[in-house]
Ligand binder design. Structure first.
Ligand SMILES: Nc1ncnc2c1ncn2[C@@H]1O[C@H](COP(=O)(O)OP(=O)(O)OP(=O)(O)O)[C@@H](O)[C@H]1O
Length: 611
């Protein structure tokens, strides 16, 4: 059970911190620059077992470790607690799985299923649970005695109980379902638990799982204070010394509390140099005396600071007048898939209803720029394969969409933020954020579905003219965007033959192509009652989601500034649905009452968690 000294970490510098600022402030297109992702050492030099190195090389196809892996693997091998911050798509999953497997395979007496669970990986979503499990299965190919498994919402509890009874060595779980089993599955053995990993730690907390996490840590006897109020809590430390790890591309102040209660003298990996200078190691003190405050503040993970976005990612925004948003979106998608028919694009919405509406529209809408063409002779507006993914779908459909988008060579995925965290879809070229992400952290994770492992990628953020200050909010976190050449793209469509003299750059709504498309969309929706119903529902939930922005963002996304007639047009509705105003007001009142009763902290995020 040997440990490896952390020698490499001192010499490997995280180049992602050396982000270059281009003189004109724009993101010039860069070819994938692998120097920013990969370290110049081998897996074996980090101290991993030769068979595991072979697995990483032969089965996974990895030539060598990434920078974050080179930094984190020796630390995890050494047994220290750690807080790991690295850009999206830089290989954080292997950074914790590989050293755990190294230790488990090296026990003199081979571990058995009856020994129960040794490592627990907590993740915020079901898809991420499946993804980590899949990677684990591949890594364990030659270590058949180490058993991987997962438990998550939406699955059969009794089947999970049976699997837990047999024994799972490395368990991946979503917090709610884990807590359920900890309380109700007596045969779930975790007395040998050695590792607890929080992957996407900040998101787990944002989703409102704070209480569950506290309960889980208590039950597992893994809080730093070590008091276990539950009767069946294991004493801490258990047979093995506990090692806890927290990881995310956006570790922020939300993680403070979790770090405070779960990490003991952690090593900080990838945390900003300035913070490192102020505090070489985090010290969380439970005392509230003034004397301690300065120290406590210095150990806080920065709340406002630069997030790490892949350097080669080209980030753009466009200013779309509310009433033309839909026509602009469809035009851009058409342009993208005509320019490069074989590619993958992820399109983010704020609500499940919006995903359902746009999915139905994109899979049914027939269009010809010649209005004389009969409906039966019109081609599909968009020829690409279209998939959807959100939290209100049946688990089976969710899994099917997730797997399909992974394997497709060319497809468009419409999704809520359920796809924003951790999901590793190969070869996604473009991310479109049609509805704004809210907090900058979510922006970073959404765009992080592309430009992974040094690959190229583009992102496009839709903003209404009244929302343009959001760019400043992103800027505060070191994220800067350049404007998308919208007029040029619109001019490339056939209707530009009928150019009029209107200054299109000022009045996008009056661009002949946009006017023609908007008209066609509205008549399509009004002729299909089911589609119209979906549009109305999507309209309602979109406005509700818009009112749920928090804190400073309320100043940018002001519901008062919305013209509901224009919002209706963005769902191809000719008129603002009459009942919507009332139901929306009732919902808003209800929400305000709820906030008053429960404190305002959970508003938008809790609403998002059910998506
Ligand atoms: N050493 C490596 N060499 C090549 N590819 C790797 C290596 N390590 C991981 N990968 C691949 O890189 C991709 C991204 O890895 P992973 O999902 O772990 O990134 P991440 O940092 O956790 O991203 P996110 O922050 O979005 O969750 C995966 O496809 C993974 O298989």
């Amino acid at each position: 059970m040997g440990t490896t000294k952390n020698t490499k970490t001192q010499v490997i510098k995280n180049k992602q911190n050396d982000k270059k600022t281009i003189a004109d402030g724009t993101n010039k297109e860069t070819k994938s620059d692998n120097n920013n992702v990969f370290a110049s050492c081998s897996f074996s030099s980090l101290g991993l077992h030769p068979t595991l190195c072979d697995q990483l090389h032969e089965r996974m196809g990895f030539e060598g470790p990434t920078l974050v892996q080179a930094q984190a693997i020796p630390v995890v091998l050494s047994g220290r607690h750690a807080l790991v911050n690295a850009a999206t798509g830089t290989g954080k999953t292997i950074a914790y799985l590989a050293p755990i497997i190294h230790h488990l395979q090296s026990y003199e007496k081979r571990i058995q299923r009856t020994d129960g669970t040794f490592a627990l990986v907590l993740v915020p979503t079901r898809e991420l649970c499946l993804q980590v499990h899949e990677i684990l299965q591949k890594l364990l190919h030659r270590f058949h005695w180490i058993v991987p498994g997962y438990i998550m919402g939406g699955e059969s509890r009794s089947k999970e109980k049976a699997r837990l009874r047999k024994g799972i060595s490395i368990l991946i779980a979503t917090p709610g379902r884990l807590l359920d089993h900890l309380k109700n599955t007596t045969s779930f053995l975790y007395t040998n638990l050695r590792w607890i990993i929080f992957d996407e730690a900040d998101r787990i907390l944002e989703l409102g799982f704070g209480k569950e996490i506290q309960d889980i840590l208590n039950l597992l006897g893994s809080t730093k204070t070590g008091h276990n109020d539950q009767a069946n809590a294991v004493p801490s430390p258990s047979k093995f010394q506990r090692q806890n790890l927290l990881l995310s591309a956006t570790l922020n102040e939300k993680v403070n509390h979790l770090a405070k209660i779960s990490l003991e003298d952690p090593v900080m990996i990838g945390i900003d140099d300035k913070i490192m200078e102020r505090t070489s190691k985090i010290r969380f003190d439970h005392s509230d005396s003034d004397e301690d405050n300065e120290d406590k503040n210095s150990s806080k993970i920065q709340a406002v600071g630069a997030y790490k976005v892949p350097e080669q990612l080209i980030q753009r925004y466009l200013k779309a007048p509310c009433g033309s948003r839909l026509a602009i979106l469809l035009s851009i998608l058409k342009h993208l898939f005509e320019r490069e028919p074989s590619q993958k694009v992820v399109l983010f919405f704020s609500t499940c209803d919006a995903v359902d509406f746009h999915y139905s529209l994109l899979t049914k809408f027939l269009f010809s720029s010649n209005p004389q063409t009969e409906e039966g002779n019109r081609p599909m507006f968009l020829g690409c394969k279209t998939l959807r993914l959100h939290g209100n779908m049946e688990q089976e459909d969710r899994t099917r969409s997730f797997q399909a988008f992974k394997t497709e060579k060319s497809a468009l995925l419409l999704s809520t933020d359920v796809s924003a965290r951790g999901l590793d879809f190969p070869n996604v070229r473009c991310i479109i954020q049609y509805d704004s992400p809210g907090e900058a952290t979510e922006y970073v994770h959404r765009v992080g579905r592309t430009a992974r492992m040094g690959e190229r990628g583009e992102s496009l953020l839709f903003l209404q003219p009244s929302e343009i200050d959001y760019l400043q909010d992103l800027e505060k976190h070191g994220v800067s965007l350049v404007e998308y050449p919208l007029v040029k793209v619109l001019d490339s469509f056939p209707m530009s033959a009928h150019k009029n003299n209107i200054k299109k750059s000022v009045f996008i709504d009056l661009h002949p192509w946009i006017m023609c498309l908007q008209k066609a969309l509205e008549s399509f929706i009004s002729s299909k009652p089911k589609m119209e119903e979906l549009a109305k529902r999507a309209f309602c939930s979109w406005v509700r989601a818009y009112t749920a922005h928090r804190g400073d963002l309320k100043r940018i996304f002001m519901v008062k500034k919305l013209h509901l007639g224009h919002v209706a047009k963005s769902f191809a509705l000719k008129q603002q649905p009459s009942l919507v105003g009332k139901s929306f007001q009732n919902q808003t009142k209800k929400r305000k009452r709820f906030e008053k009763k429960n404190g305002s902290s959970k508003t938008r995020k809790v609403a998002r968690s059910v998506k």
